[in-house]
Design a protein around this ligand. Structure first.
Ligand SMILES: [Zn+2]
Length: 202
């Protein structure tokens, strides 16, 4: 190890001979100075810092690459499951359609109906492919005071909901046409009028 001579010392790294003021202190060293000069110490610190930064950058790149890959995988998985769903529907189209049709038909039970004001014995005559849900529609409109039949609405306001009863008069086949339903309704209306029944229908 080169020692300080006449205030000068050789650096163990760059091997330049520099004044001892260019060296850091080290109480453990035999001459009280570090073996490497300040410049070399600083240079090594800079190099280490850059190496650390480089390592950090590489780690970040790896992390981002991994994330991108995972995101692509997720998208592919979603595409695949959407395709499987479409394929399932394509393959099972007849049975799915049959199920939908069965549902549709089970909800439908066409027929004519009357809504009777039990106090005045006045009736509203109607027809529908779904008389029960039609009754719900009537009630919804009446409760909001916007039923298109003003006579019926007036009576509803006057006597209250509890005065009215709903009943299906005649059930017709599932596949019955709208025209046939309308004829059945008109026949029922005229029959009731002939019998002297008061009606809300105009
Ligand atoms: Zn040096």
């Amino acid at each position: 190890m080169p020692r300080a001579i006449d205030g000068m010392k050789e650096c163990i790294r760059c091997h330049e001979i520099k004044p001892v003021s260019e060296f850091g202190r080290n109480s453990q060293a035999y001459d009280g100075y570090r073996g490497d000069c300040r410049e070399c110490v600083n240079h090594r610190r800079t190099v280490r810092r850059k190496q650390k930064q480089e390592l950090e950058r590489k780690r970040e790149t790896r992390r981002m690459r991994k994330e991108r890959k995972a995101r692509k995988e997720l998208e592919a998985t979603r595409r695949k499951s959407a395709a499987q769903k479409a394929e399932y529907h394509r393959r099972n189209k007849p049975s799915i359609n049959a199920r939908h049709r069965a549902n549709y038909l089970s909800r439908n039970n066409p027929g004519t109906y009357i809504i009777t004001n039990t106090i005045t014995d006045t009736v509203y005559v109607g027809q529908s492919v779904q008389p029960e849900s039609r009754w719900r529609q009537h009630r919804r409109a009446l409760r909001k005071f916007n039923h298109y039949n003003t006579l019926f609405q007036k009576a509803w306001n006057q006597y209250g909901e509890s005065a009215f009863i709903f009943e299906v008069v005649e059930r017709l086949p599932l596949q019955v046409s709208k025209d046939v339903l309308k004829i059945a309704e008109r026949e029922l209306l005229h029959k009731l009028i002939r019998e002297g029944k008061k009606v809300y229908n105009k």
